[in-house]
Design a protein around this ligand. Structure first.
Ligand code: PHE
Ligand code: ZN
Length: 871
């Protein structure tokens, strides 16, 4: 075919007056299948020629034409069965060809420009590399193809590139042939084949000057897999943790799910510019570098955990996502909810399961509960979308994981495993649905999940009300549930809620009636006997159902559970509830009674049986945002001052304890182990309280810690404390930090975030200055999220009553949209929460949203989020 160079611009879709809405009920199987595809890439950053050869077969009896998706592509040449054709049509981006018979070879050629692809979807350039991102609909920006997950093909990929600039050429599957500098002009080539049929969203290639940390893994059946983690030469030393996590995850999936890796090679590449965390492309995972690179000097313990969790997550997708993929994008939670559940369990097995559960629930409440309570609420299996990129949400991921966890809870370990065996065996090599998954659970577990299916249909966080009556020898617990209305779903059916509960005798500490009660109706009464006095209710133990719980437990009950509940989550929860009740009372009354919280925290701090990692979580107050979520109208100023004064009370009442805890967890050499991680966490929580009690003294301690730290957790712990204050040490530390890490983008992200998250009253102004800092960038999603994303979740700063925070966010979204609409759209929900605030803020937030919606040429990504947010 001829090779014509075209000047191809990445054209953004103009703000569609009425963007096309895709509906789940409209699903139809594909008209044409593509069993095989051969791709040939002539790679160069300015212009890459892509030749594709598709074997297409008619699927079923119909006379519809072949439609190949294309996004900002212009065909240079089209051929059918070896002959150039010219009677193809272009219809809303699709390449349409009338084909007479049932099987043909269709060839197309396009030229694309990775260097100017700032959307980071399709083939793009990042830090001297060329790489791809195809999920969900990026493959259509590379070549013409039926770009939907139920079209599975065997891929052969050949790529040629300048050998000096791109010495390493990687793609999915196995490397089957290479040509080293054979071609003219210093170009070399490589050929890869992937024997497993896969949807186009799992296609990947990478070219660049990469260096590998190489290792190997022997699978349970004795096959040796070559492992490679590919990064810049200088970063190879930072890949040891990711490699260790990968091997642990591979063994875990064999042990826990019986799932073995299936190719001879497993490669991971780290790139600096990436819209999400990482991507599970078959045999060639591509990662945001923040989830690969870690060493003690640059990564915190949270970063280390993030690396291990995401490496495991993407690896686990090889079965839950790749071997069994999704029929359509409405089924996204089929792979994501399940895989998040798998990575959560994996991480729980690597350290403290109790602390992991607390962290996961805290994350769920911070993002998913907010989503469920706002204008963008949707079920884990949505019914419609304008832009699928907007549905990679906390609901699909985190609530999706809770839904799988409930199935696990209902079935138990062994039966759940039997069910996943049924699922994987039944659907291996297929594009499946959420319904297929539920049916595999029913068949493998001999259970009726008719009611349970509502979790896939209804949005909104269920409320569970539990009350306890006691008289003479009889105790009755009443459970009542309701699901709040959400957009498009005014009336809800009751959900199936697995509720773990127990009663505890206040005098003897004896626990009775522990059970998993499956609440299927609106209301249930549970009777108990044998308590001489009114027992204390421990409910939703382990957070067995993702609900908001409301009880009639007194402060004394909560204090008792805070000291005695044997379920660590419920114990944590009792302390949190006590804190919440206190804060909410303080916000409405203007001043609070801190005694109960002060006593409960005091008891927790001196309990010798508790793990420091647990104590550190249990003594932290709920976030300002979470307090706001409990109120009818969020009052950011009152919440901040109520929380500050409770924090001050805790700091002063236990000053000696914070000192003791700080000292006893200091002077330890760095080690990444659950025990040392817990010690660092406790130490840094104590430091925060020390600074709250006495800012000057706290700042001295923090600066000393900052300067002596042998690891990033302690350095950031100190910097975070300093950043909230106004000591001169603050400026010293911020400047020293920037100086030391000026060449490390991932660490400079932290420097931006720590300022955007500051509790100082001038944080809004600081952020307004930082968006003009030389290191701020709209083209790097990590940097944008580090500053703008962090600011938008800093309740007291972002919701300043003058509306400057809203205006800044709107301005940044509008600025980012033409560059990277997907990342821009992710920032809109912060404004979409306007209904939760007072009239003044509502007007300002709406004005910001209106400013966004009225921007000419807006992407459909941002348009969907902003217009739905206005309601
Ligand atoms: N599928 C990726 C995951 O593992 C997320 C992702 C979505 C990455 C879209 C890139 C683009 O969760
Ligand atoms: Zn995933």
């Amino acid at each position: 075919m001829p090779c014509v160079m075209l000047d191809v611009h990445s054209t953004l879709a103009a703000a569609p007056a009425a963007p096309h809405v895709v509906r789940r009920e409209d699903y139809r199987p594909p008209d044409w299948l593509v069993p095989d595809i051969a791709l040939d890439f002539d790679l160069a950053p300015g212009a890459t020629r892509v030749s594709a050869k598709l074997s297409v077969t008619r699927n079923g009896a119909h006379d519809r034409p072949l439609r190949l998706d294309g996004d900002a592509l212009t065909p240079v040449a089209v051929a059918v069965d070896g002959k150039a054709i010219h009677d193809w049509r272009s219809e809303s981006g699709q390449l349409v060809i009338d084909l007479p018979g049932d099987a043909h070879i269709v060839e197309t050629e396009v030229v694309i420009a990775p260097a100017t692809n700032t959307q980071l979807m399709g083939l793009y350039a990042s830090g001297g590399l060329l790489c791809t991102q195809c999920e969900a609909e990026g493959f259509r920006r590379i070549t013409f193809f039926p770009d939907r997950p139920d079209v599975l093909s065997r891929y052969t990929v050949r790529m040629a590139a300048d050998r000096a600039a791109y010495p390493v050429l990687l793609a999915n599957g196995d490397n089957v042939a290479n040509g080293d500098g054979i071609e003219a002009g210093g170009r070399h080539w490589a050929q890869w084949t992937d024997p497993f049929p896969k949807p186009s969203y799992l296609f990947a290639l990478v070219a660049g000057d990469l260096h590998a940390n190489r290792d190997s893994f022997t699978t349970m059946s004795g096959r040796v897999v070559e492992l490679g983690i590919w990064v810049r030469a200088a970063d190879v030393a930072k890949t040891a943790h990711a490699m260790a996590a990968l091997k642990t995850a591979m063994r875990w999936d064999e042990d826990v799910y019986g799932r073995e890796y299936d190719l001879g090679v497993f490669n991971i590449v780290a790139v600096d510019d990436f819209n999400f965390g990482a991507m599970e492309n078959k045999g060639l995972n591509i990662f945001n570098s923040r989830y690969i690179l870690a060493d003690p000097d640059t990564a915190t313990d949270v970063d280390y955990d993030g690396v291990a969790g995401v490496v495991a997550h993407e690896y686990f997708h090889n079965w839950s996502g790749n071997r069994v993929t999704c029929r359509d994008w409405f089924q996204l939670s089929l792979k994501e909810g399940f895989t998040v559940f798998r990575d959560q369990c994996f991480m729980a097995d690597q350290g403290s399961a109790a602390v992991k559960r607390i962290e996961d629930v805290r994350g769920l409440r911070a993002s998913q509960f907010q989503e469920d309570a706002g204008p963008l609420a949707h079920p884990i299996r949505p019914e419609s979308y304008m832009e699928i990129g907007n549905f990679y949400t906390a609901t699909v991921y985190s609530k999706g994981a809770e839904v799988i966890r409930m199935l696990h809870t209902l079935l138990g370990d062994e039966r759940f495993r039997a069910c996943t065996d049924v699922y994987f065996e039944r659907h291996d090599g297929e594009a499946a649905t959420c319904e297929d998954f539920v049916r595999a659970m029913e068949d493998g577990g001999d259970i009726d999940l008719a009611r349970f299916r509502r979790w896939y249909e209804q949005a909104g966080t269920p409320r569970l009300k539990a009350t306890l009556r006691h008289s003479n020898d009889k105790t009755v617990v009443t459970l009542e549930q309701s699901v709040p209305p959400t957009p498009g779903q005014p009336v809800k059916q009751p959900m199936l809620l697995p509720v773990r509960l127990a009663l505890i005798d206040r005098d003897t500490g004896a626990k009775r009636g522990e059970q998993l009660h499956v609440l299927e109706d609106e209301r249930a009464e549970l009777s108990f006997s044998g308590f001489a006095t009114r027992p204390v209710l421990s409910i939703n133990r382990g957070f067995s159902a993702p609900v908001v719980v409301e009880t009639d437990r007194s402060q004394a009950d909560l204090a008792f559970l805070s000291a005695h509940d044997d379920d660590p989550f419920a114990r944590y929860e009792a302390t949190q509830q006590l804190m919440l009740d206190t804060l909410i009372a303080a916000v409405s009354a203007g001043r609070g009674d801190h005694a109960a919280v002060v006593n409960a925290v005091g008891a927790t701090l001196v309990d010798p049986l508790l793990d420091p990692a647990f104590v550190a979580e249990a003594v932290l107050l709920p976030s300002e945002a979470f307090v706001g979520d409990q109120m009818l109208v969020v009052d950011p100023v009152s919440i901040a001052s109520a929380r500050d004064s409770l924090r001050m009370a805790l700091a002063q009442a236990h000053a000696a304890e914070w000192q003791r805890l700080y000292k006893s967890h200091s002077d330890r050499a760095f080690e990444y182990s659950p025990a040392e991680k817990g010690a660092r966490r406790m130490r840094n929580v104590a430091l925060g309280y020390l600074a709250a009690a006495d800012e000057a003294d706290g700042a001295r301690t923090a600066l000393a810690q900052f300067e002596a730290a042998d690891n990033m957790t302690d350095r950031m712990g100190a910097l975070g404390t300093l950043a909230n204050g106004s000591s001169t040490a603050r400026d010293v530390a911020l400047a020293a930090f920037h100086d030391r890490y000026r060449d490390n983008a991932l660490v400079i992200d932290k420097w931006f975030s720590v300022q955007a998250l500051s509790t100082r009253p001038d944080t809004g102004d600081a952020v307004a200055a930082l968006v003009r800092h030389a290191d701020f960038s709209l083209t790097n999603p990590n940097r944008f999220r580090a500053l703008v994303g962090a600011f938008s979740v800093n309740q007291r700063a972002f919701h300043g009553s003058d509306g400057q925070g809203y205006a800044l966010l709107a301005e940044q979204i509008v600025a980012l949209d033409p560059i990277n609409p997907q990342t821009a759209a992710k920032m809109v929900p912060a404004l979409g929460r306007w209904r939760r605030f007072d009239e003044g803020r509502q007007a300002l937030m709406r004005a910001a949203l209106e400013r966004i919606v009225s921007t000419p040429g807006l992407s459909k990504d941002v348009f969907e989020q902003a217009s739905k947010s206005l309601g």
